[in-house]
Design a binder for this molecule. Structure first.
Ligand code: FES
Ligand SMILES: [Fe+2]
Length: 321
């Protein structure tokens, strides 16, 4: 049984993702013969048990290193063919494929230790494309002061819009954030819809939220409810180009009925994303302004965003050298 190759555009680069003998390989989505998209092709198993990616046009076959192994019109040349398709480093982890378009990754892969914790139920939330830049979306994901307003009744309470005291600091490749103890986010239970969460007997559901961004674009959120239940997300807004992303999310929880997790957990995430989508897609300029003075920042409120922008700019200057 072989899987269909998947075509994707990552940072304007067309790539093809293919599973060959269980292992993921990622190549340029371009046949060196006549420039056809290899993602239109298929994976073929050879008689000796190997897998090849076959171009749909003339049937050239490439192995998992990207080397051309067969041009069916001249089978006598097998073993003497020099052509190859560029292969990129990739890792399959947390239910996602991580690809490096450069020769060497600048940072290690993000960490999501809970992935191996059997007490959590996981849901790969269906991905969806948004017309925005990836950093704008990361900033949206980690923006404290919109929770109580845009997500009133779900992630906060519009009658308590103040942002709790919180710390923001760099830790290796992460920008971390933590609220002070006791800074519980409060959501009235008459509107709260925490998929599958048992509601407490008092009129509010309360939780603490902390997060980190594995620079430059991966968000990991941990939410602790007052009753000890936990809910987490790993989120990566993958840049297809400067103004288009695909939202990849894996959500986890250690409460509720595992049989209902897809409906409840993915449904809740989708509901929140729908509230954010129109707002984020409307932001102009689409990309975060490099000059911090172009937009306004409120002291103690927009601390995380400001630090994120500063670090992103440093990185971009450093990598442009
Ligand atoms: S274009 Fe791919 S084999 Fe000819
Ligand atoms: Fe939001």
């Amino acid at each position: 049984m072989t899987e269909k190759p998947i075509g994707f555009t990552l940072c304007d680069q067309d790539i093809v993702i293919v599973r060959m003998r269980g292992e993921i390989s990622v190549f340029d989505d371009l046949c060196p013969h006549r420039g056809t998209r290899l993602s239109l092709g298929s994976v073929k198993e050879t008689k000796d048990g190997n897998c090849r990616l076959e171009c749909p046009y003339h049937g050239w076959q490439f192995d998992s290193s990207g080397d051309l192994k067969l041009a069916p019109q001249r089978p006598d040349l097998a073993g003497h063919l020099r052509a190859s398709v560029r292969k990129y480093q990739s890792v399959e982890k947390y239910g996602m494929v991580w690809v490096c378009l450069e020769d060497k990754p600048h940072y290690p892969l993000p960490e999501f230790h809970l992935w191996d914790d059997p007490s959590f139920h996981y849901v790969a939330v269906p991905s969806e494309d948004w017309a925005c830049s990836a950093p704008r979306r990361v900033e949206n994901y980690t923006d404290y002061s919109h929770f109580a307003i845009l997500h009133d009744g779900f992630l906060g309470d519009a009658t308590v819009p103040e942002v709790p005291a919180h710390e923001v600091w760099r830790n290796e490749n992460k920008l971390e954030n933590k609220q002070g103890e006791g800074a519980w986010v409060r959501v009235p239970i008459d509107t709260a819809a925490w998929g599958g969460k048992e509601m407490p007997t008092d009129p509010y559901i309360r939780f603490l939220v902390d997060w980190r961004v594995f620079m430059p674009l991966t968000c990991v959120l941990n939410i602790l409810f007052q009753d000890g239940n936990r809910y987490n997300l790993i989120f990566h807004p993958t840049p297809m180009n400067a103004k288009k992303i695909r939202n990849f999310t894996v959500a986890t929880r250690d409460f509720g009925d595992p049989a209902q997790k897809d409906t409840e957990l993915a449904g809740f995430v989708k509901f929140i994303y729908d509230q954010d989508k129109a707002v984020v897609e409307s932001q102009r300029p689409e990309e975060l302004p490099e000059d911090l003075t172009v937009e306004m920042h409120v002291k103690g409120v927009d601390k995380y965003s400001v630090e994120y922008r500063r670090w992103l700019l440093e990185l971009s200057n450093q990598l442009a050298r």
